[in-house]
Design a protein. Structure first.
Length: 98
């Protein structure tokens, strides 16, 4: 049985803001961003333990072609997306979410 994927409320906002940024610049870039996030989540679900630890019990998966990381917690019955974080800006802003 596949794990449920749940987004921390603030991670949803991270995603929405980043999507809006790309959408304002290019519809193709926005669609590509969504596809990169989906691809990363599928990779995480397939093998969550292969990704590096970043803070506490969180790990991250870098997006292809976009400077973002999916910060996640792998729990017994669910995958929690803690942040959709830009790789260079405010690197630790999401630490209070864990």
């Amino acid at each position: 049985m596949a794990k449920a994927v749940e987004y921390h409320e603030d991670a949803r906002e991270d995603f929405a803001q980043s999507f809006d940024y790309y959408r304002q610049h290019s519809a193709g870039a926005a669609i590509g961003f969504v596809a990169a996030v989906d691809d990363a989540i599928n990779q995480i679900l397939a093998s969550p333990g292969r990704f590096p630890s970043v803070h506490g019990d969180c790990r991250y998966c870098a997006l292809n072609r976009y400077p973002f990381r999916i910060i996640f917690r792998d729990e017994a019955h669910r995958l929690v997306i803690v942040a959709v974080a830009h790789a260079k800006r405010r690197p630790d802003y999401w630490h209070s979410r864990t």
